[in-house]
Design a protein around this ligand. Sequence first.
Ligand code: G3P
Length: 218
Amino acid sequence: MKFFVDTANLKQIEEAQDLGILDGVTTNPSLMAKEGISGVDNVLAHYKAICDLVEGDVSAEVISTDFEGMVREGENLAQIDDKIVVKVPMIKEGIKAIRYFADNGIKTNCTLVFSAGQAIMAAKAGATYLSPFIGRVDDISWDGMELIEQISNIYAIQGFSTEILAASIRNPLHIVKAAEAGADVCTCPLSSILGLLNHPLTDIGLAKFLADHKKSSN
Ligand code: G3P
């Protein structure tokens, strides 16, 4: 399973990259706004800065909701760097845009996915990645992980090549469960990635090893 970090914060991206386990970055308009990035030139420059920091794919989301606007924005974004993946919302015009980008060699990430039916449509349109939002499904008392499993089964049975990118990850357990459920990629806040490292027995064990070493070297 690939690891993407879900942030537009350059420091956090750098920290994830330094760990040596990072395969890419996803952003969205809310994450860009959180970093105070606005205005076309600043937005494009920020995506370029992200691409310069990481080795893998970088998802950059369109704001337009009509086909022509999405194509215009997406082509502009794709010119920034080969790493750019154009993130397109799961709406009728978005499906048309994904098909256009697929036919023109531009990678896409279909976002705001909440059902298996939507997942089938995105795969049929030729999306590179599909982003089901686990945490937001859980928020309304449905099971986000069941959705990942269902899509994973459908894609395997049908031979779809679209990669399942588990998004809206909120904690380390989400990452473990998404891996079990067959996600190809997990995009996570840095805190959830780092949370995978933690175990009290590791801390206790390390403290004992170091204490014993100290005793034996006295
Ligand atoms: O990748 C999508 C993600 O950023 C949404 O996360 O926590 O706002 O549902 P959240």
